[in-house]
Design a protein around this ligand. Structure first.
Ligand code: SAH
Length: 340
């Protein structure tokens, strides 16, 4: 096959937001769930979802070109392996993540990337992650979209985290900023002797309650609401923070890490599950997802994705020693530290 010219390669790259929006509309219209029972024509799908038949067919054919749906000669569309991930409420579903990316809140924020690159501040201004989470607090629909997306993204990687790191040597694991509890629930299911504490802001903990009860973990998982900038619950011998430190600048991160330090026993372990930025950027899909997540932190929260060296320095300043970084087969790594 002839190589694609640089111009065509660059034009391909430009398509990113169109693909995002196409996936978003398919997710919103529930197309994947409507195909769960078998292939359907674009007319049937349009009637069921209230869309314009001709326009929906164009959307579906666009997504066929990316392998999200398959089309047969009879204008019938079917799920593929990728399309199946757009179903709702199935294990591994990424529908909530797609809706978060395509939602006008997120998409409008990214339309101001140029402002962030000029100012070095988030699109909400200098108050950074506080502004993002305060805005969420005033916008229950936006918060629900965010929390559901975190749960979906975490569910896509939690098996890899559980397999890569041995949690069985701990008695009590505190998941700080643990969201709706997807990760700690998976870890507890895989480690039957482990107890857990899920710590997050009050509305998120409330939202986690029903899920935890549904997972049959109420006797081993305690839910605690609070503010990580004030204190974190004592009593754990390991403190896990997944996608928390990356939301914050170095000063804010130090406050959080020092609060964990204060809550921990002398031989406790701190575990940061984060995307570690390679010291030198390569062109793998994992690296691309890490550096784009870093831009997302610039735009939305004022945090950073950090390199191993940067994590080492930050941990050192908070009174920890980085002991090792355990990779997983996903862009997520487990950064392990002990009290210095
Ligand atoms: N660990 C989860 C969620 C990551 S998103 C996961 O990986 O899926 C960051 C989390 O930090 C959110 O759940 C958010 O509600 C929580 N958070 C933000 N500010 C907080 C605060 N001041 N105190 C406690 N948790 C906070």
């Amino acid at each position: 096959m002839p190589t694609r010219s640089p111009a065509l390669v660059l034009l391909d790259l430009l398509n990113g937001y169109r693909v995002t929006q196409a996936l978003y509309v398919a997710a919103r219209l529930g197309i994947a769930d409507r195909l769960a029972t078998g292939p359907k024509t674009s007319g049937e799908l349009a009637r069921a979802s209230g869309a314009h038949a001709g326009a929906l067919r164009r959307l579906l054919r666009a997504l066929v070109s990316f392998g999200v749906f398959a089309e047969d000669a009879g204008d019938r569309f079917a799920l593929t392996e990728l399309g199946a991930l757009l179903r709702d409420n199935v294990p591994g579903s990424l529908r909530a993540g797609v809706i978060f990316y395509g939602d006008p809140r997120h998409w409008k924020a990214w339309s101001k990337l140029e402002e962030s690159v000029s100012s070095g501040e988030t699109v909400w201004g200098p108050r950074a992650a506080h502004a993002f989470f305060e805005m969420n607090a005033k916008d229950p629909e936006g918060a629900a979209i965010f929390n559901a997306a975190m749960t979906a993204f975490t569910s896509a990687v939690d098996a890899a985290v559980v397999a890569a790191y041995d949690f069985s040597r701990f008695a009590t694991l505190v998941d700080v900023g643990g969201g709706q509890g997807a990760l700690i629930s998976s870890i507890l299911r895989a480690n039957p002797d482990l107890r857990g504490v899920l710590f997050d802001i009050p509305p998120v903990v409330e939202g986690a309650r029903a899920r935890v009860a549904g997972a049959g973990l109420t006797d081993r998982l305690q839910l605690v609401a609070g503010d990580v900038f004030t204190s974190v619950p004592p009593g754990g011998d390991a403190y896990l923070l997944k996608w928390v430190i990356h939301d914050w600048d170095d000063d804010q991160s130090l406050t959080i890490l020092r609060n964990c330090h204060r809550a921990m026993p002398a031989d406790g372990r701190l575990l940061l599950a984060e995307r570690v930025v390679p010291e030198r950027i390569d062109q793998t899909a994992d690296t691309q997802s890490i550096v784009l997540a870093d831009l997302n932190m610039l735009v939305l929260t004022g945090g950073h994705e950090r390199t191993a060296t940067e994590y080492g320095v930050l941990l050192d300043r908070a009174g920890f020693t980085l002991t090792r970084i355990v990779p997983t087969p996903t862009p997520l790594s487990m950064i392990e530290a002990k009290r210095a």
